[in-house]
Design a protein around this ligand. Sequence first.
Ligand SMILES: [Zn+2]
Ligand SMILES: [Zn+2]
Length: 375
Amino acid sequence: MSKRDYYDVLGVTKDVDSSSLKSAYRKLAMQFHPDKNPGDKNAEKNFKEVSEAYEVLSNDEKRQAYDTYGHDAFAQGGAGGGGFSDGFSGFGSFSDIFEDFFGDMGGRGNQRREQRGQDLKYEIDIDIREAYTGIKKEISFDTLIRCDGCSGSGSEKGSGLKDCGACGGSGRTRASQGFFTVERTCSACGGAGQVITDPCSSCNGEGRRRKNRKIEVNIPAGVEDGSRIRLSGEGAVGPNGSSPGDLYLFVSMLDHPIFDRDGIQIYCNVPISVVEASLGGEVDVPTVSGGKVKVKIPAGSQNGDQFKLNGKGMPTIRSTSFGDMVITINVEIPKNLSDNQKRLLKEFNEELSQKNNPESTGFFTKVKDFWDGLT
Ligand SMILES: [Zn+2]
Ligand SMILES: [Zn+2]
């Protein structure tokens, strides 16, 4: 496969000057950048082609060699004589290149990059009653707050700013990286171009200090396990008086001894005796609201039978509606029987007929049919 002409690849003429060459390259590099075209092999190929062309044409020596010998100038073994066979290594990562582009486009010099404060995470445990009613809770956490000594500026009173020594006030530093000269935001001044002459003594010029803060947070009714609540601006203050991050509350639901929860639905197991299940009756069922409901148990209720209590579940978050409560009957078989109880049960058993146990009667009939069918 023959290689495309480097000038064609970049869409420029042979007499292109270095700044037009650079902008042509940037435009194409952005267009074909792998981050913008994930998984696109064609874009990746184009990106490499464009990068290679620029690498050669942006270097005076290489460009001259290319103009004279064409691609042969760089072929392994140097067919055209005096070849450059060093390949194309000196690239930083894609993101390096990209970041520098954006930095440039944003203008250079004294533009200060917004350094927002850190977001914080706070884990909060809520029991089911708190989730039912919603609650205000006081929480305390370690954070960074604005320094009172300098009101966040980082400067001692009356002192000012001077040009940063590391970048000479431009906010950018230059370094060569392969064939490129790469410009970066100055790390000494964070791109501001200026540093504090006399740093505040209480915060060492940071403009902020550590503190344990206490705040009251509102947990809305109906909050669920795993909910995340964002408190805008309640995170750590950024350096030199920049805006604070956010505070995120991560809600965990504590287990409850009586109630289980699934979203707005509440589940509760209610144990009843064999006699209650057989004869029927009424049981007091607790509700998550703190009240109770009398539930009629029909005669002949079975283990696992469920009853639904409409509207007795959890509130729907930011709404006035409620879920339901489902109670499940748990028939308890009596244990530790006395001799007299055993005698009564045996007597009772003799009184039983097929219609008292339709399930087992039906089951054993089916078993008999199954065995009969085998012969
Ligand atoms: Zn200070
Ligand atoms: Zn600097």
